[in-house]
Design a protein around this ligand. Structure first.
Ligand SMILES: NC(=O)c1ccc[n+]([C@@H]2O[C@H](COP(=O)([O-])OP(=O)(O)OC[C@H]3O[C@@H](n4cnc5c(N)ncnc54)[C@H](OP(=O)(O)O)[C@@H]3O)[C@@H](O)[C@H]2O)c1
Length: 281
């Protein structure tokens, strides 16, 4: 019989955490939890759809991985939902026998509202919705969290400390979760395209590819760090690079003419719109 988590204490080491649907994002979170040693491997559980993948992941991660969602949900007191958005209702329905109000459900599926999960779960289960991103793999993620109807401050504190183990966290109102999905969950892909393009540009102007990629990546990292650590508006930091009649302003003119700014804004708008639709399948 699993011990029940004391949710008044956001120390995670006494929790039993299950990730139902340990695919790309769930796997990243689990591996980060293991790497950060936030709790011992015998307190981490996971499920996937295919038995052979479950066996392979179990030996790779050294934790119990199965295809039996009900059994694994029964063993855990914090249950993370990581299946595709359209699969969430069926999964909640399936594990309903194992859901009690002393468990904490955390869904990181895009698009699926806490209200929809609460309705399917029936019991007054606390539901936190989270939106992490893939840099969580290196502890450099950003996760937005929002609370469902039955969530108490101690549940939120536990969810926050869980995601703080893989990067930064922000708490938002649920109405902003699709926008978060379009910006920071899809965002790494947008940044990789910018980074790849900068590296290609370096090759075009004669740099070896490996050096061009390193210059582009460290420049992206450094610029982000400047924004995060100085707190200055990005425009101010841009102005500091832009010497009058220098070379940067010529590059900026090309960016503006090519519509980079508008293109990025539209990319986030489109991704946000799509995030609103995903739950419907
Ligand atoms: N990828 C991202 O950057 C990202 C970021 C934030 C949030 N998310 C969210 O994370 C969720 C998963 O996305 P993903 O990119 O990680 O997809 P994914 O790699 O396809 O992962 C889905 C996982 O769910 C498993 N699964 C399917 N049906 C199941 C069932 N009935 N019971 C248990 N496991 C089941 C699959 O098992 P098999 O491996 O055996 O097929 C797979 O491992 C989505 O809801 C998405 O919105 C993703």
């Amino acid at each position: 019989m699993p011990t029940t988590t004391d949710f008044s204490n956001s120390d995670l080491s006494n929790s039993r955490i299950a990730v139902l649907g340990a695919g790309k994002m769930g796997g990243i979170l689990l591996q980060a939890f293991l790497k950060q040693q936030i709790l011992s491997p015998d307190r981490l559980f996971a499920t996937v759809a295919h038995a052979e993948r479950a066996a392979a992941l179990s030996s790779q991660w050294g934790i119990e991985v199965s295809t039996d969602n009900v059994a694994i949900a029964g063993k855990a007191d914090v249950i993370l939902i990581g299946v595709k958005p359209f699969q969430v209702p069926a999964l909640i329905e399936e594990i309903r026998p194992a859901l009690t109000s002393d468990k904490l459900l955390i869904s990181f599926a895009a698009s699926v509202r806490t209200e929809a999960i609460e309705k399917t779960a029936v019991e007054e289960v606390p539901v936190v919705r989270a939106m992490p991103n893939t840099p969580s793999m290196l502890g450099a993620g950003i996760s937005a969290l929002c609370r469902g109807r039955f969530v108490q401050p101690q549940h939120m504190a536990l969810a926050e400390s869980l995601f703080a183990a893989v990067g930064r966290t922000v708490i938002v109102d649920e109405k902003h979760m699709d926008a978060v999905t379009g910006l920071s969950a899809s965002g790494p892909a947008f940044i990789y395209i910018i980074l790849e393009s900068l590296a290609e540009a370096g090759v075009k102007v004669g740099l070896p590819r490996d050096i061009a990629t390193l210059l582009a990546a460290q420049t992206t990292f450094g610029a982000a760090k400047m924004v995060l650590e100085t707190g200055y508006h990005p425009a101010l930091l841009k102005d500091a690079v832009t010497t009058p009649a220098g070379c940067t302003i010529d590059g900026i003119l090309e960016l503006e003419e090519g519509g980079l700014r508008v293109t990025l804004i539209k990319a986030v708008m489109r991704a946000t719109q799509r995030a609103k639709e995903l739950a419907a399948g």
